[in-house]
Write a protein that binds this ligand. Structure first.
Ligand code: CP
Ligand code: NVA
Length: 303
């Protein structure tokens, strides 16, 4: 495993190993101990989009493991692939640092970086995928449900990068996912087919949120307007009417169904403040687990 670009590229064994290591490192750091396996190592972090969780949790994870992180805004280097080709950025950075993490618009930017870098490349969100988020989500689900096999996730909202990575995680790790979104915002058929080839009937797409949440252990949502889609905001808000995770919808799920959101949450749109703040909401455990998963990922790739 050189890079971490997509959950679909990883074997079940690799994913399970990462989850196990995440739990071990979480307990180690909670006990006050440290694992300085990345002492003297540096991670370059390229961001074409804003970030709170990803940036800070990766920086803290590097520091926790004894290493350093350098935050790079695209304008600092004249844009990714603008001042010089992506393949040159990959090869130059590989001479200076021990790992590259990138959050980009085009998914092909991270695959191009990985192709030419001789050091590990981590996908920190592209328009297509958000694998670090999905793995932190899986860790959170395992902690709250006590298992993964047979867990049902109802994903209500946009068939976006977050949904796509979750679908691969579900298929590989024995969970089921029902995605409910409006016409025209479904997850692409190819991803659903790929997931269902990994595990039969792992993923089902519907236009009925009430049907999706029936029997669900987890209700998951994400913004209707992802970074880069700001120009479509008004249309998207109109098209997603009826797909809000609110008290009425939550009542149609089992009483112990947990509420998840990768954050940032736009209260009053994809989720109400009432549901986001309810006792069943585990959004901040999810956010915390970004740190625990990424420590494990960095140790595995760069240690
Ligand atoms: N969930 C997530 O990736 O958050 P940021 O955009 O703040 O990094
Ligand atoms: N789907 C969202 C996730 C943000 C973490 C986006 O891409 O903006």
């Amino acid at each position: 495993m050189k890079d971490f670009l997509s959950i679909n590229d990883c074997s079940v064994e690799e994913l399970e190993e990462l989850l196990k290591l995440s739990g071990q490192l979480k307990r180690l750091y909670e006990s006050g101990s440290r694992d300085l396996c990345l002492s003297g190592k540096t991670l370059a972090m390229l961001f074409e989009k804003p970030s709170l969780r990803t940036r800070i949790s990766f920086e803290v994870a590097m520091s926790d493991l004894g290493g350093d992180a350098i935050y790079v805004k695209p304008e600092d280097i004249g844009g990714i692939g603008k001042r010089e080709p992506i393949k040159d950025i990959a090869r130059v950075l590989s001479r200076y640092v021990n790992g590259i993490m990138a959050r980009t618009f085009e998914h092909s930017t991270v695959t191009e970086l990985a192709k030419f870098a001789t050091v590990p490349v981590i996908n920190a969100l592209t328009d297509w995928l958000h694998p670090c988020q999905a793995m932190a989500d899986v860790l959170t689900i395992e902690e709250h449900c006590g298992k993964l096999k047979g867990v049902k996730i109802a994903y209500v909202g946009d068939g976006n990068n977050v949904a796509r990575s979750l679908v691969f995680a579900c298929a590989k790790l024995g969970m089921k996912m029902v995605i409910a979104g409006p016409d025209g915002y479904e997850l692409d058929a190819e991803t659903i087919e790929k997931a269902n080839q990994i595990s039969a009937k792992a993923v089902v797409q519907t236009n009925d949120p009430a049907e999706a949440v029936g029997g669900a252990n987890i209700i998951y949502t994400d913004t209707w307007v992802s970074m880069g889609q700001e120009a479509e905001k008004e249309k998207r808000i109109a098209d997603f009417a009826g797909f809000q995770v609110n008290a009425g919808l939550v009542k149609k799920a089992p009483a112990d169904a947990k509420i998840m959101h990768c954050l940032p949450a736009y209260r009053g749109y994809e989720i109400t403040d009432e549901v986001a703040e309810s006792a069943n909401s585990i959004m901040f455990d999810q956010a915390e687990n970004r740190l625990h998963f990424q420590r494990a990922l960095l140790k595995k790739l760069m240690g």
